[in-house]
Design a protein around this ligand. Structure first.
Ligand code: ATP
Ligand code: LTN
Length: 339
Protein backbone atom coordinates (compact mmCIF):
# COMPACT_ATOMS: atom_id res chain seq x y z
CA UNK A 1 0.00 0.00 0.00
CA UNK A 2 1.33 3.46 -0.90
CA UNK A 3 1.77 5.69 2.16
CA UNK A 4 -0.62 8.65 2.17
CA UNK A 5 0.86 12.14 1.98
CA UNK A 6 -0.29 15.31 3.64
CA UNK A 7 -0.07 18.64 1.86
CA UNK A 8 1.92 20.70 4.32
CA UNK A 9 4.34 18.95 6.67
CA UNK A 10 6.38 16.14 5.16
CA UNK A 11 6.04 12.81 6.89
CA UNK A 12 9.07 11.46 8.70
CA UNK A 13 10.78 8.25 7.62
CA UNK A 14 13.29 6.42 9.80
CA UNK A 15 15.14 3.20 9.11
CA UNK A 16 18.39 1.47 9.99
CA UNK A 17 20.47 -1.51 8.97
CA UNK A 18 23.04 -3.45 10.94
CA UNK A 19 26.66 -3.44 9.78
CA UNK A 20 26.77 -7.14 10.62
CA UNK A 21 28.53 -8.33 7.46
CA UNK A 22 28.14 -8.13 3.73
CA UNK A 23 25.01 -6.30 2.68
CA UNK A 24 22.96 -8.63 0.50
CA UNK A 25 20.69 -8.27 -2.48
CA UNK A 26 17.87 -9.10 -0.01
CA UNK A 27 18.75 -6.09 2.16
CA UNK A 28 19.00 -3.92 -0.93
CA UNK A 29 15.74 -4.95 -2.61
CA UNK A 30 13.76 -5.36 0.62
CA UNK A 31 14.82 -2.14 2.32
CA UNK A 32 17.58 0.04 0.88
CA UNK A 33 16.09 0.57 -2.58
CA UNK A 34 13.01 2.02 -0.88
CA UNK A 35 15.10 4.25 1.39
CA UNK A 36 16.63 5.91 -1.66
CA UNK A 37 13.38 6.51 -3.50
CA UNK A 38 11.66 8.15 -0.54
CA UNK A 39 14.18 10.94 0.03
CA UNK A 40 12.48 13.67 -2.02
CA UNK A 41 8.97 13.28 -0.72
CA UNK A 42 9.68 12.63 2.95
CA UNK A 43 11.97 13.83 5.71
CA UNK A 44 14.19 10.77 5.91
CA UNK A 45 16.66 9.86 8.65
CA UNK A 46 18.83 6.78 8.28
CA UNK A 47 21.27 4.98 10.57
CA UNK A 48 23.74 2.15 10.83
CA UNK A 49 22.41 0.14 13.77
CA UNK A 50 25.79 -0.85 15.18
CA UNK A 51 24.54 -1.16 18.79
CA UNK A 52 22.22 -3.90 17.54
CA UNK A 53 25.14 -5.67 15.87
CA UNK A 54 26.95 -6.53 19.10
CA UNK A 55 24.05 -8.78 20.16
CA UNK A 56 26.11 -11.29 18.16
CA UNK A 57 29.83 -11.47 19.04
CA UNK A 58 32.00 -9.32 16.73
CA UNK A 59 35.75 -9.26 16.18
CA UNK A 60 36.64 -5.55 16.80
CA UNK A 61 38.79 -4.81 13.72
CA UNK A 62 36.39 -6.59 11.40
CA UNK A 63 33.37 -4.90 12.99
CA UNK A 64 34.95 -1.46 12.48
CA UNK A 65 35.76 -2.27 8.84
CA UNK A 66 32.24 -3.63 8.20
CA UNK A 67 30.71 -0.47 9.62
CA UNK A 68 32.82 1.87 7.46
CA UNK A 69 32.16 -0.24 4.36
CA UNK A 70 28.44 -0.39 5.07
CA UNK A 71 28.39 3.41 5.48
CA UNK A 72 30.20 3.88 2.13
CA UNK A 73 27.96 1.32 0.42
CA UNK A 74 24.76 3.00 1.56
CA UNK A 75 26.02 6.32 0.20
CA UNK A 76 26.89 4.52 -3.04
CA UNK A 77 23.34 3.11 -3.17
CA UNK A 78 22.08 6.68 -3.20
CA UNK A 79 21.54 8.02 0.30
CA UNK A 80 22.07 11.76 0.00
CA UNK A 81 23.39 12.92 3.39
CA UNK A 82 22.50 16.55 2.61
CA UNK A 83 18.84 15.59 2.28
CA UNK A 84 18.71 12.74 4.77
CA UNK A 85 20.80 12.74 7.96
CA UNK A 86 22.70 9.44 7.89
CA UNK A 87 24.45 8.55 11.13
CA UNK A 88 25.93 5.78 13.25
CA UNK A 89 23.62 4.72 16.09
CA UNK A 90 26.38 4.34 18.73
CA UNK A 91 27.36 8.00 18.17
CA UNK A 92 23.98 9.35 19.28
CA UNK A 93 23.75 8.37 22.94
CA UNK A 94 20.01 9.13 23.17
CA UNK A 95 19.35 5.75 21.52
CA UNK A 96 20.83 3.75 24.37
CA UNK A 97 19.24 6.06 26.96
CA UNK A 98 15.73 5.82 25.55
CA UNK A 99 16.14 2.07 25.02
CA UNK A 100 16.78 1.63 28.75
CA UNK A 101 13.66 3.59 29.61
CA UNK A 102 11.53 1.69 27.09
CA UNK A 103 12.82 -1.60 28.48
CA UNK A 104 10.90 -0.72 31.61
CA UNK A 105 7.70 -0.38 29.56
CA UNK A 106 8.16 -3.61 27.59
CA UNK A 107 6.93 -6.93 28.91
CA UNK A 108 9.10 -10.04 29.13
CA UNK A 109 6.34 -12.02 27.43
CA UNK A 110 6.23 -9.61 24.48
CA UNK A 111 9.95 -10.00 23.86
CA UNK A 112 9.73 -13.77 24.22
CA UNK A 113 7.29 -13.95 21.31
CA UNK A 114 9.65 -12.26 18.82
CA UNK A 115 10.54 -14.71 16.06
CA UNK A 116 13.90 -13.03 15.38
CA UNK A 117 14.87 -13.68 19.03
CA UNK A 118 13.82 -17.32 18.72
CA UNK A 119 15.72 -17.76 15.43
CA UNK A 120 18.89 -16.04 16.62
CA UNK A 121 18.94 -17.92 19.94
CA UNK A 122 18.78 -21.15 17.99
CA UNK A 123 21.59 -20.00 15.72
CA UNK A 124 23.84 -18.86 18.61
CA UNK A 125 22.92 -21.18 21.51
CA UNK A 126 26.21 -20.36 23.29
CA UNK A 127 25.48 -16.62 23.48
CA UNK A 128 21.81 -15.94 24.25
CA UNK A 129 22.59 -12.59 25.88
CA UNK A 130 20.21 -10.04 27.38
CA UNK A 131 20.88 -7.63 24.49
CA UNK A 132 19.59 -10.17 22.00
CA UNK A 133 16.43 -10.43 24.06
CA UNK A 134 15.85 -6.67 24.48
CA UNK A 135 16.93 -5.85 20.90
CA UNK A 136 13.35 -4.76 19.97
CA UNK A 137 13.19 -2.06 22.67
CA UNK A 138 16.38 -0.52 21.24
CA UNK A 139 14.79 -0.66 17.80
CA UNK A 140 11.65 0.98 19.24
CA UNK A 141 13.85 3.74 20.71
CA UNK A 142 15.50 4.29 17.29
CA UNK A 143 12.14 4.82 15.63
CA UNK A 144 10.33 6.73 18.38
CA UNK A 145 13.13 9.25 19.00
CA UNK A 146 12.46 10.74 15.56
CA UNK A 147 8.65 10.60 15.77
CA UNK A 148 8.73 8.57 12.57
CA UNK A 149 5.53 8.01 10.58
CA UNK A 150 6.92 5.27 8.36
CA UNK A 151 9.66 2.68 8.63
CA UNK A 152 10.82 1.11 5.34
CA UNK A 153 11.91 -2.47 6.08
CA UNK A 154 11.64 -6.01 4.73
CA UNK A 155 8.75 -8.15 5.90
CA UNK A 156 10.83 -9.91 8.60
CA UNK A 157 10.85 -6.67 10.66
CA UNK A 158 7.06 -6.25 10.71
CA UNK A 159 6.72 -7.87 14.12
CA UNK A 160 9.28 -5.47 15.64
CA UNK A 161 7.38 -2.49 14.28
CA UNK A 162 4.13 -3.77 15.74
CA UNK A 163 5.86 -4.10 19.10
CA UNK A 164 7.17 -0.53 18.73
CA UNK A 165 3.59 0.68 18.26
CA UNK A 166 2.46 -1.26 21.32
CA UNK A 167 5.22 0.22 23.48
CA UNK A 168 4.45 3.74 22.19
CA UNK A 169 0.73 3.30 22.79
CA UNK A 170 1.34 2.03 26.31
CA UNK A 171 3.60 4.98 27.12
CA UNK A 172 1.16 7.49 25.59
CA UNK A 173 -1.65 5.88 27.59
CA UNK A 174 0.25 6.37 30.84
CA UNK A 175 1.71 9.84 30.27
CA UNK A 176 -0.30 11.48 27.48
CA UNK A 177 0.66 11.95 23.82
CA UNK A 178 4.45 11.57 23.61
CA UNK A 179 5.26 9.33 20.65
CA UNK A 180 3.88 9.15 17.15
CA UNK A 181 2.74 5.61 16.25
CA UNK A 182 4.82 4.38 13.28
CA UNK A 183 3.78 2.13 10.41
CA UNK A 184 5.97 -0.26 8.47
CA UNK A 185 6.53 0.53 4.81
CA UNK A 186 7.05 -2.79 3.09
CA UNK A 187 7.60 -3.07 -0.67
CA UNK A 188 5.16 -5.01 -2.89
CA UNK A 189 7.98 -6.94 -4.54
CA UNK A 190 11.28 -7.73 -2.86
CA UNK A 191 9.98 -7.69 0.74
CA UNK A 192 11.38 -11.16 1.26
CA UNK A 193 14.11 -12.31 -1.09
CA UNK A 194 14.78 -16.00 -0.53
CA UNK A 195 18.05 -17.93 -0.36
CA UNK A 196 19.26 -19.09 -3.80
CA UNK A 197 20.13 -22.49 -2.32
CA UNK A 198 17.08 -23.03 -0.13
CA UNK A 199 14.27 -20.84 -1.44
CA UNK A 200 12.05 -21.66 1.53
CA UNK A 201 14.37 -19.53 3.74
CA UNK A 202 15.13 -15.82 3.47
CA UNK A 203 18.41 -14.66 1.99
CA UNK A 204 20.52 -13.65 4.98
CA UNK A 205 23.84 -11.87 5.52
CA UNK A 206 24.92 -14.50 7.98
CA UNK A 207 24.26 -17.60 5.81
CA UNK A 208 27.30 -19.84 5.82
CA UNK A 209 26.69 -21.15 2.30
CA UNK A 210 28.30 -18.52 0.02
CA UNK A 211 26.15 -19.58 -2.92
CA UNK A 212 22.93 -18.87 -1.00
CA UNK A 213 23.17 -15.11 -1.03
CA UNK A 214 24.33 -12.37 -3.35
CA UNK A 215 26.30 -9.56 -1.76
CA UNK A 216 25.67 -6.15 -3.30
CA UNK A 217 29.45 -5.90 -3.73
CA UNK A 218 29.97 -9.38 -5.23
CA UNK A 219 32.02 -9.41 -8.44
CA UNK A 220 29.92 -9.81 -11.63
CA UNK A 221 31.36 -13.27 -12.32
CA UNK A 222 30.40 -14.44 -8.82
CA UNK A 223 26.88 -13.06 -9.23
CA UNK A 224 26.49 -14.91 -12.55
CA UNK A 225 27.83 -18.16 -11.07
CA UNK A 226 25.51 -17.98 -8.04
CA UNK A 227 22.44 -17.37 -10.21
CA UNK A 228 23.42 -20.23 -12.55
CA UNK A 229 23.58 -22.55 -9.52
CA UNK A 230 20.32 -21.30 -8.00
CA UNK A 231 17.94 -24.07 -6.96
CA UNK A 232 14.80 -24.28 -9.14
CA UNK A 233 12.56 -27.28 -9.95
CA UNK A 234 12.20 -29.99 -12.58
CA UNK A 235 9.29 -28.48 -14.54
CA UNK A 236 11.56 -26.31 -16.71
CA UNK A 237 8.88 -23.68 -17.27
CA UNK A 238 9.28 -20.04 -16.20
CA UNK A 239 5.96 -19.25 -14.53
CA UNK A 240 4.86 -18.13 -11.07
CA UNK A 241 3.03 -20.88 -9.20
CA UNK A 242 2.66 -22.20 -5.64
CA UNK A 243 5.44 -24.61 -4.74
CA UNK A 244 7.84 -23.21 -7.38
CA UNK A 245 9.74 -21.30 -4.67
CA UNK A 246 13.03 -21.02 -6.52
CA UNK A 247 11.49 -19.74 -9.76
CA UNK A 248 9.10 -17.41 -7.91
CA UNK A 249 12.08 -15.92 -6.08
CA UNK A 250 14.08 -15.40 -9.28
CA UNK A 251 11.05 -13.82 -10.95
CA UNK A 252 10.66 -11.46 -7.98
CA UNK A 253 14.32 -10.42 -8.22
CA UNK A 254 13.98 -9.90 -11.98
CA UNK A 255 10.90 -7.71 -11.44
CA UNK A 256 12.73 -5.59 -8.87
CA UNK A 257 15.67 -4.83 -11.14
CA UNK A 258 13.88 -4.52 -14.51
CA UNK A 259 10.37 -3.37 -13.55
CA UNK A 260 8.87 -6.21 -15.67
CA UNK A 261 5.66 -7.88 -14.51
CA UNK A 262 5.14 -11.64 -14.07
CA UNK A 263 3.21 -11.79 -17.37
CA UNK A 264 5.99 -10.03 -19.26
CA UNK A 265 8.59 -12.36 -17.76
CA UNK A 266 6.55 -15.47 -18.58
CA UNK A 267 6.16 -14.24 -22.18
CA UNK A 268 9.88 -13.38 -22.45
CA UNK A 269 10.93 -16.90 -21.45
CA UNK A 270 8.12 -18.93 -23.06
CA UNK A 271 9.68 -22.05 -24.60
CA UNK A 272 13.10 -21.29 -23.07
CA UNK A 273 14.86 -23.27 -20.35
CA UNK A 274 15.98 -22.24 -16.88
CA UNK A 275 19.56 -21.77 -18.15
CA UNK A 276 18.53 -18.74 -20.23
CA UNK A 277 16.31 -17.40 -17.48
CA UNK A 278 18.96 -17.63 -14.76
CA UNK A 279 21.56 -15.98 -17.00
CA UNK A 280 19.15 -13.13 -17.76
CA UNK A 281 18.40 -12.57 -14.07
CA UNK A 282 22.15 -12.60 -13.30
CA UNK A 283 22.91 -10.09 -16.06
CA UNK A 284 20.09 -7.76 -15.01
CA UNK A 285 21.33 -7.80 -11.41
CA UNK A 286 24.95 -7.16 -12.49
CA UNK A 287 23.86 -4.18 -14.61
CA UNK A 288 21.69 -2.81 -11.82
CA UNK A 289 24.57 -3.00 -9.34
CA UNK A 290 27.31 -1.70 -11.65
CA UNK A 291 26.92 2.02 -10.81
CA UNK A 292 26.77 1.17 -7.10
CA UNK A 293 30.10 -0.68 -7.37
CA UNK A 294 31.69 2.29 -9.11
CA UNK A 295 30.51 4.79 -6.51
CA UNK A 296 31.50 2.48 -3.64
CA UNK A 297 35.08 2.32 -4.99
CA UNK A 298 35.22 6.13 -4.88
CA UNK A 299 33.70 6.55 -1.39
CA UNK A 300 35.71 3.87 0.34
CA UNK A 301 38.98 5.55 -0.71
CA UNK A 302 37.88 8.78 0.94
CA UNK A 303 37.86 8.04 4.67
CA UNK A 304 37.98 11.75 5.61
CA UNK A 305 34.80 12.40 3.67
CA UNK A 306 33.06 9.42 5.29
CA UNK A 307 34.10 10.55 8.77
CA UNK A 308 32.91 14.11 8.16
CA UNK A 309 29.67 12.79 6.78
CA UNK A 310 28.79 10.60 9.75
CA UNK A 311 29.88 13.29 12.21
CA UNK A 312 27.46 15.72 10.58
CA UNK A 313 24.73 13.07 10.48
CA UNK A 314 25.12 12.42 14.22
CA UNK A 315 24.89 16.13 14.98
CA UNK A 316 21.66 16.55 13.01
CA UNK A 317 20.13 13.40 14.45
CA UNK A 318 21.06 14.27 18.01
CA UNK A 319 19.33 17.65 17.79
CA UNK A 320 16.05 15.84 17.09
CA UNK A 321 16.61 12.88 19.40
CA UNK A 322 17.49 15.12 22.37
CA UNK A 323 14.08 16.81 22.28
CA UNK A 324 12.15 13.55 22.41
CA UNK A 325 14.35 12.14 25.17
CA UNK A 326 13.93 15.29 27.30
CA UNK A 327 10.17 15.11 26.90
CA UNK A 328 10.13 11.45 27.91
CA UNK A 329 12.36 12.00 30.96
CA UNK A 330 10.20 14.87 32.15
CA UNK A 331 7.04 12.80 31.82
CA UNK A 332 8.50 9.82 33.66
CA UNK A 333 9.48 12.11 36.53
CA UNK A 334 13.27 12.24 36.46
CA UNK A 335 14.81 15.30 38.12
CA UNK A 336 15.58 17.86 35.45
CA UNK A 337 19.05 19.27 34.87
CA UNK A 338 18.80 23.07 35.13
CA UNK A 339 22.50 23.97 34.93
P1 ATP B 1 21.35 -11.08 9.67
O1 ATP B 1 21.48 -12.24 8.75
O2 ATP B 1 22.64 -10.63 10.29
O3 ATP B 1 20.20 -11.21 10.63
P2 ATP B 1 19.87 -9.65 7.69
O4 ATP B 1 20.42 -9.97 6.33
O5 ATP B 1 18.59 -10.27 8.08
O6 ATP B 1 20.99 -9.84 8.78
P3 ATP B 1 19.28 -7.00 8.72
O7 ATP B 1 20.37 -6.03 9.02
O8 ATP B 1 18.66 -7.69 9.86
O9 ATP B 1 19.77 -8.08 7.68
O10 ATP B 1 18.17 -6.27 7.86
C1 ATP B 1 18.32 -5.05 7.21
C2 ATP B 1 17.10 -4.77 6.38
O11 ATP B 1 17.02 -5.68 5.28
C3 ATP B 1 15.77 -4.93 7.14
O12 ATP B 1 14.88 -3.93 6.73
C4 ATP B 1 15.28 -6.28 6.72
O13 ATP B 1 13.87 -6.39 6.79
C5 ATP B 1 15.76 -6.33 5.28
N1 ATP B 1 15.98 -7.70 4.82
C6 ATP B 1 16.85 -8.58 5.38
N2 ATP B 1 16.84 -9.74 4.69
C7 ATP B 1 15.95 -9.57 3.68
C8 ATP B 1 15.49 -10.42 2.62
N3 ATP B 1 15.95 -11.64 2.46
N4 ATP B 1 14.57 -9.94 1.77
C9 ATP B 1 14.09 -8.68 1.91
N5 ATP B 1 14.47 -7.83 2.88
C10 ATP B 1 15.39 -8.27 3.77
N1 LTN C 1 16.40 -4.64 13.43
C1 LTN C 1 16.61 -4.12 12.11
C2 LTN C 1 17.66 -3.05 12.06
C3 LTN C 1 17.15 -1.89 12.77
C4 LTN C 1 16.07 -1.06 12.36
C5 LTN C 1 15.95 -0.07 13.39
C6 LTN C 1 15.20 -1.06 11.28
C7 LTN C 1 17.61 -1.39 13.94
N2 LTN C 1 16.90 -0.31 14.32
C8 LTN C 1 14.97 0.90 13.31
C9 LTN C 1 14.23 -0.06 11.23
C10 LTN C 1 14.11 0.89 12.22
C11 LTN C 1 16.97 -5.20 11.18
O1 LTN C 1 16.89 -4.93 10.05
N3 LTN C 1 17.35 -6.31 11.60
Amino acid sequence: MEPEKTQNAKKVIFSAIQPSGTITLGNYLGALKNWIGLQDEYDCIYALADLHTITVRQEPAKFRRNALEAYALLLACGIDPQKSPFFVQSQVSEHAQLAWILNCYTQFGELQRMTQFKDKSQKHPDNINAGLFTYPSLMAADILLYQADLVPVGVDQKQHIELTRNIAERFNGLYGQTFKLPDGYIPKTGAKIMSLQDPTHKMSKSDENVNASIAVLDRPEDIMRKFKRAVTDSEACVRRAPGKDGVNNLMGIYTCVTGRTDEQIEAEFAGKGYGDFKAAVGEAVVEHLRPIHEKFDEYIKNKDYLEACYAQGAQKAEAIARKTLRKVMKKVGFLQQKF
